[in-house]
Design a protein around this ligand. Structure first.
Ligand SMILES: Nc1ncnc2c1ncn2[C@@H]1O[C@H](COP(=O)(O)OP(=O)(O)OP(=O)(O)O)[C@@H](O)[C@H]1O
Ligand SMILES: [Mg+2]
Length: 250
C-alpha cells in the first residue's frame, strides 16, 4: 500500500524560482527512505509538505489516502517530524510536559496522556529525566526527547531531518537504535542526511535531490554510486568496495 503519494508538486516563493520543481514520489508503507543532496536542494521543504507545515501552490500530496491540504490535523497525526534543530521543537516546561503536548492537543483524556507519555519516555530511555527542564538535556537527549514527542502521537510515518547533526558517537547510536526499532515496527521512515554512513545499513531506498528536483531514486546500494556527483559523500564501506574492485581489475 502507498502511504505517501506526491504528484506534480511545485513550490515557489513569490517572484523566485521554484524551491521544489515538479516532484513525483510514491512511498510504500514500511519503507526506509534516505533523502540526500547538497545544502539548499529542497529536502527540508519537501518534508514540510508531508504534514502540511508548508502547502505548495501546485500539485498534490496524499498521506494514507487523504490529501494533506484537506485535513491538516490528520496529516500532523499521521506524519511525525523530528526537525533539523532539536531546540526548535521543545515546547514543555519539563520533559514530561514536552511529550504530553502532542497527545493533549489531539484531545486524549488525561489518564491516557499520562500512560502514553510514560511509555514513550521509557522507550527512548528518558523516563528518569521526566521532571527535568528540557534545556538541561544534552544534544543527544534532546534529539531523543523530540523522538518521544513524535512517538506519543502514534504517527505512521516518521520524518527525520538531519537527525545526527551535533551528536557525538553515542548520541548517533541512540538515534540509529530508535530508527531501526521504529522501522522493524513497520513505521515508514524518511531521513534527510548528509552522512549516508549512518543509515546505509537500514535504508531500502535512496533519493538524491538537486535544485528542487528528484534526480535519482532507487535501491540504496544502486543509487549510492551517484551520490558524489550531487555533493553527497559516499559511505566508506561503498568507497572501499569500489577501491577493492578497481584493485582486483589492475
Ligand atoms: N521561506 C523561504 N523563503 C525563501 N527561500 C526559501 C524559504 N525556505 C527555503 N528557501 C530556499 O529554498 C531552498 C531549499 O531549502 P531547504 O531548506 O529545503 O534545503 P535543504 O535541502 O533542506 O538544505 P540543507 O541541506 O541545508 O538542510 C534554499 O535555497 C532556501 O534558501
Ligand atoms: Mg534541510
Amino acid at each position: 500500500m502507498n502511504i505517501i503519494e506526491i504528484s506534480n508538486l511545485t513550490h515557489r516563493i513569490i517572484g523566485g524560482k521554484p524551491i521544489l520543481n515538479n516532484i513525483n514520489l510514491t512511498v510504500k508503507e514500511g519503507e526506509f527512505i534516505v533523502v540526500a543532496g547538497a545544502n539548499g536542494s529542497g529536502k527540508s521543504t519537501l518534508f514540510k509538505q508531508l504534514n502540511g507545515l508548508l502547502v505548495a501552490g501546485q500539485g498534490r500530496v496524499k498521506v494514507d489516502g487523504v490529501f494533506v491540504a484537506d485535513d491538516l490535523k490528520r496529516a500532523r497525526q499521521k506524519v511525525g517530524m523530528i526537525f533539523q534543530e532539536a531546540d526548535s521543537q521543545i515546547v514543555g516546561e519539563t520533559v514530561f510536559d514536552d511529550v504530553a503536548f502532542g497527545p493533549e492537543n489531539l484531545g486524549f483524556p488525561g489518564e491516557d496522556v499520562e500512560r502514553v507519555v510514560n511509555r514513550t519516555l521509557d522507550l527512548v530511555g528518558l523516563l528518569g529525566l521526566k521532571e527535568s527542564p528540557p534545556h538541561i538535556l544534552s544534544g543527544g537527549e534532546k534529539r531523543r526527547l523530540a523522538i518521544a514527542g513524535v512517538l506519543a502521537m502514534t504517527p505512521k510515518v516518521i520524518v527525520f531531518d538531519e537527525p545526527f547533526s551535533n551528536l557525538d558517537y553515542p548520541g548517533i547510536q541512540q538515534v540509529q537504535t530508535q530508527m531501526a526499532a521504529l522501522h522493524s515496527e513497520r513505521h515508514t521512515i524518511l531521513v534527510a542526511t548528509h552522512n549516508l554512513e549512518t543509515v546505509a545499513d537500514m535504508a531500502d531506498r535512496l533519493i538524491l535531490m538537486e535544485e528542487g528536483k528528484i534526480v535519482k531514486d532507487g535501491p540504496f546500494y544502486q543509487v549510492v554510486h551517484s551520490a558524489e556527483a550531487f555533493g553527497v559523500r559516499l559511505p566508506q564501506s561503498v568507497q572501499r568496495r569500489g577501491e577493492f574492485q578497481a584493485w582486483l581489475k589492475r
